[in-house]
Design a protein around this ligand. Structure first.
Ligand code: HEC
Length: 243
């Protein structure tokens, strides 16, 4: 008997605890209020407690959000202390940086500027010329300071939108290093070939190899053919008679 009464009590309290309302009353009967009503401030609400009438407390001056300590102006803005665009990249140029920059360029810039940076990306072709991405191979853009390109990526320029939300700061600098590689790759001449490399004058009947150059190949990490290896390879290459 005592057990049945106990079960009934448990059931009744469970039901009423779930907000059972007595007929005609809109206020739920709360047998167990538990933590339903707590003294607290909701975000952005008013409060008579603080002098400024806001429940939210402003951040203490000088507070820096986690991961947002930006001490290096050159890295963060591409400008030096006097506000001039920095000439060169604050990131050290390493093979890893260039490879990474290449990947990021191909993802973030190539759709508009093309994989060669010549401004002929898919966006240009598909927009029927409505959007005209700059040709990064232009002499002016070869000569601009690295800080300028950083500024363009960060803040956009004319019809190019800012990409600061999409591309983290160090990625921007890696991309800039790679833009320099692309520019260099289109200006290569015979003097760039390391001495001792077995290289022949271009064969006019051969199919042109796009964008192959010492600058580009060192960027992608291709080892320069050693004299021994090329000497071994050349007799074999020379055997098939050319048309
Ligand atoms: C959505 C297309 C688009 C993307 C993506 C884009 N650009 Fe551009 N960019 C443009 C257009 C369009 C212009 C020409 C702006 C103008 O002259 O109105 C331009 C201009 C430039 C210029 C020339 C600035 C000058 O001084 O005239 C540079 C440098 C540049 N972009 C670099 C980049 C780099 C680096 C990336 C990748 C991080 C990138 N852009 C991504 C569309 C794009």
């Amino acid at each position: 008997m005592t057990r049945r009464i106990f079960i009934l009590l448990v059931l009744a309290s469970a039901l009423t605890g779930c907000g059972l309302r007595p007929a005609g009353n809109t206020t739920p009967l709360q047998v167990h209020p538990d933590m339903d009503s707590q003294p607290k401030f909701k975000a952005q609400s008013a409060s008579a407690f603080f002098a400024d009438g806001r429940a939210n407390r402003p951040a203490v001056p000088g507070t820096i959000a986690y991961g947002h300590l930006h001490e290096d102006d050159v890295l963060m803005t591409g400008k030096d202390a006097s506000g001039n665009l920095v000439k060169s990249n604050p990131l050290p140029v390493t093979e890893a940086t260039l490879r990474y920059g290449q990947e990021r360029f191909n993802i973030n810039c190539a759709p508009c500027h093309g994989r060669l940076g010549d401004g002929n990306g898919l966006v240009k072709t598909r927009s029927f010329g409505a959007l005209n991405p700059a040709n990064l191979q232009e002499t002016r853009l070869r000569e601009v300071a690295d800080g300028h390109i950083f500024d363009v990526i960060t803040n956009g320029i004319r019809t190019m939108q800012p990409l600061d939300g999409n591309i983290p700061v160090s990625d921007r600098w890696a991309i800039i290093s790679y833009v320099r590689v692309l520019q260099r790759s289109q200006l290569a001449n015979i003097k760039d070939v390391p001495t001792g490399t077995d290289i022949k004058a271009p064969d006019p009947s051969a199919t042109p190899i796009p964008a192959a150059s010492p600058a580009a190949s060192s960027a992608t990490g291709t080892a320069t053919t050693s004299p021994a290896a090329s000497a071994a390879a050349s007799p074999a290459k020379a055997t098939p008679t050319k048309k």
